[in-house]
Design a protein around this ligand. Structure first.
Ligand code: URA
Length: 274
């Protein structure tokens, strides 16, 4: 390859990175146009191509083994499939296995791994963030990047660590380029995190950031207004005390707000001491 071509390839990669294209779907490139079956000439040249066969939302092989992704389910069907799948889980292990095979959310195709949870499933306190980022996607564990390091420090400040808490996200797959999960993706993933909370059955639930608060607690006000307030999360017929607080990623950008987060964490410590 000439030096000029090498530079052009580098520039293209930089452009892809800046545009958020940072996920490869396979090891080798596929020319899907070349692979298409030639179609016999037809009277109506504007016939739409046949839609790929739609599969069920569950897949029985690991993500890396997948050939072509199944046609996406229509939004309501995907949410229904998620509810049905999540309901079947009788344990966290079963829920994880079900999620590994669930194909109803397109994020699964671009993420490297499922980021299910970290910490102690018997913990009294459960933290729920929004969605994994790059580091979490690589490691398959939530909150292991910069914001995770800050979360660990905040936990340590009230005498906790990952052996004493359980941590998960609303969406268990990384959205490409760390974009926000869409409303549709969130709706599909919601039954799974709801079941996960039911199965962990914590004494208290902490929503990290506005998307977690809005999704789990149905609160549409801003996080600045709602943080630190004890609300209620309904898990079946159980009512779990739940508090929204700032997301550690926000605290990294706005360090002055750490003093408010500190108050929230002290409140968690107080409630756990009861
Ligand atoms: N942000 C989140 O909301 N979750 C993670 O796991 C990491 C960063």
């Amino acid at each position: 390859m000439t030096a000029q071509k090498q530079q052009a390839a580098r520039d293209l990669l930089v452009f892809y990175g800046e545009a958020g294209v940072d996920a490869v779907l396979g090891e080798t490139p596929v020319d899907r146009l070349a692979a298409a079956e030639p179609r016999a000439p037809q009277a109506d040249a504007f016939d739409p191509p046949a839609a790929p066969a739609r599969k069920s939302a569950m897949h029985d092989s690991a993500p890396a083994q997948r050939a072509a992704p199944a046609a996406p389910l229509p939004p309501e069907e995907a949410v229904m499939a998620a509810r049905e799948a999540a309901r079947k889980a009788e344990s966290l292990e079963e829920l994880r296995a079900i999620l590994e095979r669930f194909e109803g959310c397109a994020l699964r195709a671009t993420a490297k791994r499922l980021v299910f949870a970290d910490g102690n499933p018997k913990a009294r306190v459960m933290f729920v963030g929004e969605a994994p980022g790059r580091e979490e996607d690589i490691e398959g564990r939530p909150f292991v990047g910069r914001s995770g390091k800050l979360l660990d420090l905040m936990l340590a400040a009230i005498g906790l660590d990952r052996s004493k808490v359980y941590i998960a996200n609303i969406v268990p797959w990384r959205p490409p380029g760390n974009r926000d999960p869409s409303l549709h993706e969130t709706a599909i993933c919601l039954p799974f995190i709801q079941r996960q909370i039911e199965l962990v059955n914590p004494d208290i639930l902490i929503c990290l950031g506005k998307p977690s608060m809005a999704t789990l607690l149905g609160v549409s006000e801003g996080i600045r207004k709602m943080r630190g307030r004890w609300l209620v999360y309904k898990a079946g017929d159980r009512e779990i005390p739940a508090m929204p607080t700032f997301h550690p990623a926000y605290l990294l950008r706005s360090p002055l707000e750490k003093r408010l987060a500190w108050r929230d964490f002290l409140s968690v410590k107080k409630v756990l001491a009861r």
